[in-house]
Design a protein around this ligand. Structure first.
Ligand SMILES: [Zn+2]
Length: 298
């Protein structure tokens, strides 16, 4: 059994008509996994992180204003969602989900969250649909466990993990890697421990070579005791925001590469689905399902 983490609130957010965020995809992935024979008992239900705990990591004013709906309109525009109580509950539950996934991965070797990868969230502001950086929190939670001294955050979402990079700067126990489109959001990049910027139109062969060498070098440099993998699929050729040209087979090959590397090193891996933007939700769900195939869930 590979633990999976899901809450229906992942897909519950009232958004303006034609908002580009594909909120339905999370429930879509859950439904597809059940349809493909995954047992409901493999799913764990996360609880929302307590804002007081966030204040240990984040700017206190930011956390309290975010939770109370008191951020100024400009700060909310940068996040890209209209404020609602539901948005905050969803955000805190998603982050709680990734922290739970991290703990389950340490216990079981692998675990997957059906959301996560909110890597544009900084200590004192949110950006690009991200308010609370679940990857960083999950890494910190892993580091509290015995025998975990080095966590590798391997971020393959097409957008640079700028918030994660900034939050983890100066922490010798967290090694951040970001493979992303060089000419894509965020246009002002932060410095990760390893950054690989890809040109627009990059295809499978070149991409998989980059993933392979990044994995190789990251394992040498970080010597990780655990890995957090952001398996964003906005690298896909049909993605609305990605500008890369990776096929569905390329996504599967990438995910398999990450799991194979972790297995060879005997390192547990917590995966999150990351970004992916297509209006056709069924098509998008199918690309996200590659992660679950590569993990051996289906
Ligand atoms: Zn992205």
């Amino acid at each position: 059994m590979i633990p999976l983490v899901f809450h229906p609130i992942y897909s519950q957010l009232d958004l303006p008509y034609r908002h580009r965020f594909p909120i339905e995809k999370y429930q879509g992935i859950y439904d597809a996994l059940i349809a493909q024979g995954v047992d409901e008992s493999d799913f764990y239900t996360p609880v929302p992180l307590e804002p007081i705990k966030l204040s240990q990591v984040y700017d206190k004013t930011y956390v309290s204003e975010l939770c109370a709906g008191k951020l100024d309109p400009k700060a909310m525009r940068r996040i890209g969602f209209p404020w609602s109580e539901q948005l905050i509950q969803r955000t805190l539950t998603a982050a709680g989900g990734t922290v739970l996934t991290a703990q389950l991965a340490l216990e079981h070797g692998k675990a997957l969250n059906l959301t996560g990868g909110y890597h544009h969230a900084f200590a004192d502001f949110g950006s690009g649909f991200c308010m609370v950086n679940d990857l960083y929190l999950a890494a910190l939670s892993m580091l509290t466990q015995p025998g975990i001294d080095s966590v590798l955050i391997f971020d393959c979402d097409v957008h640079q993990g700028d918030g994660t990079a900034k939050l983890a700067q100066g922490n010798p126990h967290i090694f951040t890697v970001s493979l992303h489109g060089e000419k894509n959001f965020p246009h002002r990049k932060q410095v990760s421990d390893m950054d690989i910027g890809l040109a627009k139109g990059t295809g499978d062969d070149e991409y998989l070579e980059a993933v392979d060498s990044a994995l190789h070098l990251a394992f040498i440099q970080a010597r990780p005791d655990a890995v957090i993998y952001d398996a964003g699929v906005d690298i896909h050729i049909d993605d609305d925001l990605g500008h890369l040209a990776i096929t569905t087979q390329g996504v599967l090959a990438r995910d398999r590469m990450v799991y194979a590397k972790c297995a060879a090193a005997g390192v547990p891996v917590a995966a999150v689905i990351g970004g992916g933007y297509q209006r056709d939700i069924d098509a998008l769900v199918d690309v996200h399902l590659q992660l679950f195939r590569s993990a051996g869930v289906v």
